[in-house]
Design a protein around this ligand. Structure first.
Ligand code: C2E
Ligand code: CA
Ligand code: CA
Ligand code: CA
Length: 279
């Protein structure tokens, strides 16, 4: 058996495992995806819970592979992150989202006080020219800073808290908003929140989806909403799939929501009609 084990491990050393060759394949197609125009952004509307007014959109990266079809972000974003390609792709996402939103603003298709939110990966957040990229993109696209929000996750803030707070302050001095994504899924200390210059907490879908039947989830959502409001932050609930969930969020005082109940992430061309439905 020992002998066999050794043979097997030799086999794995000599030949790439199936997983690693799939990854290598994805990686090399990703190198070309941008220039081949296989990437685009989908936009998911964010809506005010009480007034039902349109509040903005979250931009979500999509990859339409020429032969494999649509590849989910959960598969390709980690590859981008590991290879460092995320820096270029992330910059592309910020620029595309800003350009698109500025166009909608100029055509009067979205309200002046609404926002486009763009996700930042851990690696982008540590990139030393992030602030420059954001500033340059706003200048080049003409998008007013108050129409842009960046989403970062809790786990990105766990280390070097002071440095992060400084970076966030500089970003907010540009006039953009900052949201903490997937709030509740990390292990952040609540105490640090009060020292962070942020605007929004997004409650993860994990605590939203069963809110109707699960009293614990409802209690967690309620606590997050109260905490956020006490700190002067707004709250967006993710993953709202039906009206019962929305009604509870309304009772709990949640500010905004996004989810399949109102709309799935949609092609840019479909957004103006979705906005019009909110008025
Ligand atoms: P996320 O930022 O938490 O995005 C929300 C995810 O929830 C999206 O998945 C969205 O399609 C999905 N969603 C929205 N409403 C509902 C709902 O009602 N029910 C359910 N079941 N799901 C809903 P998606 O588009 O597959 O993206 C997955 C993750 O990939 C994102 O999670 C984000 O972490 C990452 N991602 C997507 N685009 C980008 C990007 O441009 N840059 C970076 N760094 N990450 C991105
Ligand atoms: Ca997000
Ligand atoms: Ca999220
Ligand atoms: Ca999530």
């Amino acid at each position: 058996a020992k002998q066999q084990g050794r043979q097997r491990s030799q086999l794995y050393e000599d030949q790439p495992s199936p997983i690693s060759s799939v990854r290598a394949g994805l990686e090399s197609s990703l190198h070309h995806a941008l220039e081949r125009d296989e990437l685009y952004l989908a936009y998911q509307p964010q809506v005010q819970v009480d007034s039902r007014r349109f509040a903005g959109v979250e931009a979500l990266m999509r990859w339409q592979h020429s032969s494999l079809g649509s590849i989910p972000p959960a598969v390709f974003i980690p590859v981008l992150e590991d290879t460092g390609l995320i820096e270029a792709f992330g910059e592309w996402a910020i620029r595309s989202a800003c350009r698109q939103y500025q166009q909608w603003l100029q055509q009067g298709q979205v309200p002046d006080n609404s926002k486009v939110s763009v996700n930042l990966s851990p690696r982008q957040f540590r990139q030393d020219n992030l602030e420059q990229i954001v500033r340059r993109t706003l200048t080049e696209t003409g998008l007013p800073a108050h129409n842009l929000m960046l989403e970062i996750t809790e786990s990105m803030l766990m280390t070097s808290v002071e440095q992060n707070a400084e970076l966030l302050s500089r970003l907010r001095e540009l006039g953009i908003g900052v949201a903490i994504d997937d709030f509740g899924t990390g292990y952040s200390s609540l105490a640090y929140l009060k020292n962070l210059p942020i605007d929004v907490l997004k409650i993860d879908r994990m605590f939203v989806k069963d809110i109707v039947d699960n009293a614990d989830d409802a209690a967690i959502a309620h606590s997050i909403i109260n905490l956020a409001h006490n700190l002067g932050l707004k709250v967006i609930a993710e993953g709202v799939e039906d009206v019962e969930v929305l009604e509870i969020l309304s009772l709990l005082g949640c500010d905004q929501y996004q989810g399949y109940y109102f709309a799935r992430p949609s092609n840019a061309a479909d957004i103006p009609d979705l906005v019009a439905r909110c008025r």
